[in-house]
Design a protein around this ligand. Structure first.
Ligand code: GDG
Length: 468
């Protein structure tokens, strides 16, 4: 079996302690065949980074990392990847800050990744690149003569041409993506948007069954929804139900219902509208006052960026406002924490929550929605409220689907969920459970690797599967 080489911006080094918010490491755990090499940024900044990667051995995986300079960190990571690409890919043109020098630094870091990685490669390695930080890596590797199969998976949405055009280097970026053999997306919608961009921005390209040729290269796009280890997470949640932390949470509720939200503190996650909606629930339906508490775990993220700092101030304000308005001397409606919680503890919290509230304004997939479903007690499940703009909504149609921009609609859904009879909760849960168990992390990995392993021109052989 060929060696698998995973490349992502950040590498989950075994030496790093403490829970990290983010789905990649958990989802890829199943892909890590013995001998896998995982390459990326160490998370460290240094004056003159060594061009050679530093190696660290884990149980079955070797981690190879390079440092970034302070200037690279700022321009590549903070400014271009998270200040231009992230808002663009989440349909937030107003937040995009494009500077040509940041793009140059982005290309520079993709090149440096390629140079350090190329030194470690064997001829038959399968290379699987992850996410928007590394759109140019395939092209940079090809430039160095790397002929291995290279796949790319995008964890965010992809935007239609009207939006992509707003990025000054869009055509260059799209051309660079032709350095990959397989390009994967969570949903059909993102794949369709990508192929529309290809048709419109790369002249003369003919797309057929998700595949196209450009400048002598064949690229296959696929839909491969990411998931979680559903059975494993369900078992963790069942165990965690009796953990000290879950018991303390239960006790603190004093018999009240619990609504839960778990997100990185990011403007794409729709936290402002969610809090606004919870306030409206209490204002519009006073019967829920004192009867329900909302716990929001919002792990701090990208704190160096101005738009994240502004979001945090806005959230502080709205939490204070809501609690000031509705709190009573023995009840605080909105519990808001910005530190991380261990995954096992999180599982127990999901299980005691009557409502899982997942209302991103845009989200590639959203694993929290799947975790919430997996964690439920099958005999008395809670209700999932889910944004129609999360990739997960394409599959999890038995959730209460809401428009996250409409705080009143979210408030009404919360009201409906709090009053939902057991029979309806059971019916919805059964359907959701089936989907979550059907699109697991291991299926996600297996599907991607099946396509990546196909030799030369996989289009005709995989035709039917791509169309499905
Ligand atoms: C990107 C895409 C896509 C959160 N807080 C804590 C914690 N988390 C964990 C959750 C979940 C993960 O982080 C978050 O994953 P999401 O999928 O919800 O969102 P992103 O981080 O934005 O991930 C997204 C994903 O990539 C995978 O492709 O679904 O659309 O944006 O697992 O549980 N974990 C712990 N403590 C916390 O406080 N332990």
């Amino acid at each position: 079996m060929a060696r698998l080489v995973i490349v992502s911006n950040r590498v989950p080094l075994p030496s790093e302690r403490g829970p990290r918010a983010g789905g990649l490491a958990v989802a890829l755990a199943d892909a890590l065949r013995p001998g896998t090499l995982w390459f990326g940024w160490s998370g460290r900044r240094s004056g003159t980074p060594d061009p050679e990667a530093r190696l660290q051995r884990g149980d079955s995986t070797t981690y190879a990392t390079i440092d970034l300079t302070e200037a690279e960190y700022r321009s590549f990571y903070v400014n271009f990847a998270n200040g231009a690409l992230w808002p663009l890919l989440h349909f937030r043109l107003g937040l995009v800050e494009f500077r040509r020098e940041d793009y140059e630094a982005y290309r520079g870091v993709n090149r440096r990744f390629a140079e350090a990685l190329a030194r470690l490669l064997r001829d038959d390695d399968l290379i699987w690149v992850h996410d928007y930080h590394l759109f140019l890596l395939g092209e940079e590797l090809r430039r160095l003569g790397v002929r291995n199969r290279i796949g790319f998976f995008l964890h965010t949405p992809f935007v239609p041409p009207a939006l992509l055009h707003a990025l000054p280097r869009a055509a260059e970026l799209l051309r660079a993506m032709c350095g990959f053999d397989v390009v994967g997306f969570h949903t059909r919608t993102y794949q369709r948007a990508f192929l529309e961009c290809v048709r419109e921005i790369l002249p003369g390209t003919r797309v057929s069954d998700g595949a196209f040729s450009y400048d002598g290269r064949h690229v296959l796009s696929i839909v491969d929804p990411i998931g979680i280890d559903a059975a494993g997470f369900a078992a963790t949640a069942a165990r965690a139900e009796h953990s000290a932390e879950t018991m303390r949470l239960r006790e603190s509720l004093g018999g009240r219902a619990l609504a839960i939200g778990v997100d990185r503190l990011d403007y794409s996650k729709g936290l402002v509208n969610r809090f606004e909606a919870f306030g409206r629930l209490l204002g519009k339906y006073p019967q829920h006052r004192r009867q329900v508490s909302f716990l929001q775990i919002a792990a701090r993220s990208r704190e160096e960026s101005g738009s994240y700092q502004r979001l945090r101030r806005e959230l502080d304000r709205i939490v204070g406002d809501t609690n000031g308005r509705f709190s009573e001397f023995d009840w605080v409606p909105l519990r808001y924490m910005t530190s991380t919680v261990r995954r096992q503890i999180l599982a127990g919290f999901y299980r005691c929550a009557h409502l899982g509230v997942v209302t991103p304004l845009r989200d590639g997939m959203n694993l929290v929605a799947k975790e919430y479903v997996a964690a439920q007690d099958p005999t008395d499940p809670g209700v999932l409220i889910l944004s129609r703009f999360a990739g997960a909504a394409e599959d999890l149609t038995e959730a209460l689907i809401v428009n996250p921009f409409d705080a009143d609609e979210i408030a009404d859904a919360m009201h409906e969920a709090l009053a939902m009879p057991l029979a309806e909760r059971l019916r919805r849960y059964a359907a959701l459970r089936e989907r979550v168990w059907d699109t697991t992390a291991s299926k996600y990995c297996a599907k991607f690797l099946t396509y990546l392993e196909q030799e030369e021109r996989p289009v005709p052989r995989l035709r039917l599967q791509v169309a499905s």
